[in-house]
Write a protein that binds this ligand. Structure first.
Ligand SMILES: C[S@@+](CC[C@H](N)C(=O)[O-])C[C@H]1O[C@@H](n2cnc3c(N)ncnc32)[C@H](O)[C@@H]1O
Length: 206
C-alpha cells in the first residue's frame, strides 16, 4: 500500500475523531455539511414545507438531502458544476452560479414564480493566498445576492456561507439595507479553526 504523507495522515485522524463526520457516516447522511444547515434551520426556522428554494454550491448533496426531507411538495433547484446526489424531484443544474446559461435555466424552471429562500454553501477553489481567496469568496457572496435580486420574493430569506476577513463586515452592513434581520452565525458543526461563518438574512425588502 502507498505510504501516506504526514498531512494526509493528520487529516484522516481528524476525520476519525470528528463527532459530526462520525454522525454523518452512522446516520447515512451525505456529508457533515448537512448538520450545519440543520443547526442553522433549528435556530432561524428558515426552511418550511412547500417552499421554493434555490441552492447554490450543492455538491455532493448534504444540504440537498436535508432540504428534500423538509420541503415536502416544495420546489428545489440545486446548482453546482460537480455531481449532486439528489432525489428525482429536485431540479439539478450542472454549472456555475451566475453564468447566463444557468440563470436562464433557473428562470425557465421558475416560470415567473418567485423563491422563498436562496441558500449558498459555495466555496472558491483555494489558492492558499488569503487575500485572493477572500476576494473570490466575496465574489460568490455577490453572485448569491444577485440571485436574490432576480428571484427572491418580498420577505424571503437568504443564507450564505462566508469567510471572516477583508470585506465581510462591509458586505454584511450593506445587506442590512435590504433585509429586516441579518445575523452572522457559526453552527457547532462548523470546525472552530475555520474562518467559515454563515450570514442569515430574513425579511427581504426587494
Ligand atoms: C462546501 S461544498 C458544498 C457542500 C454542500 N452544501 C453539501 O452539503 O454537500 C462547496 C461547493 O461549491 C461549489 N461551487 C464553487 N463555486 C461555485 C459556483 N460559482 N457555482 C456553483 N457552485 C460552486 C463547489 O463545486 C463545491 O461543490
Amino acid at each position: 500500500m502507498a505510504k501516506r504523507s504526514k498531512s494526509s495522515e493528520r487529516w484522516l485522524q481528524r476525520q476519525r475523531k470528528d463527532y459530526f463526520v462520525r454522525q454523518a457516516q452512522g446516520g447515512g447522511q451525505v456529508s457533515r455539511a448537512h448538520f450545519k444547515l440543520e443547526q442553522i434551520d433549528q435556530r432561524f426556522r428558515i426552511i418550511k414545507p412547500k417552499q421554493r428554494v434555490l441552492e447554490l454550491g450543492a455538491a455532493p448533496g448534504g444540504w440537498t438531502h436535508y432540504l428534500e426531507g423538509k420541503l415536502q411538495g416544495g420546489l428545489l433547484i440545486a446548482v453546482d458544476p460537480l455531481p449532486i446526489t439528489s432525489s428525482q424531484d429536485t431540479y439539478v443544474i450542472e454549472g456555475l452560479a451566475g453564468d447566463q446559461a444557468v440563470n436562464e435555466e433557473i428562470s425557465t424552471i421558475l416560470d415567473s414564480r418567485q423563491l422563498d429562500l436562496v441558500l449558498s454553501d459555495m466555496a472558491p477553489n483555494i489558492s492558499g493566498i488569503r487575500t485572493v481567496d477572500q476576494a473570490r469568496a466575496m465574489d460568490l457572496a455577490d453572485v448569491t445576492f444577485e440571485s436574490c435580486q432576480r428571484w427572491l420574493k418580498r420577505n424571503g430569506a437568504m443564507t450564505i456561507k462566508a469567510f471572516q476577513g477583508e470585506g465581510l463586515d462591509d458586505w454584511v452592513a450593506a445587506l442590512r439595507k435590504h433585509y429586516a434581520k441579518v445575523h452572522v452565525t457559526k453552527p457547532k458543526a462548523s470546525r472552530s479553526e475555520s474562518r467559515e461563518v454563515f450570514v442569515v438574512a430574513q425579511g427581504f425588502r426587494v
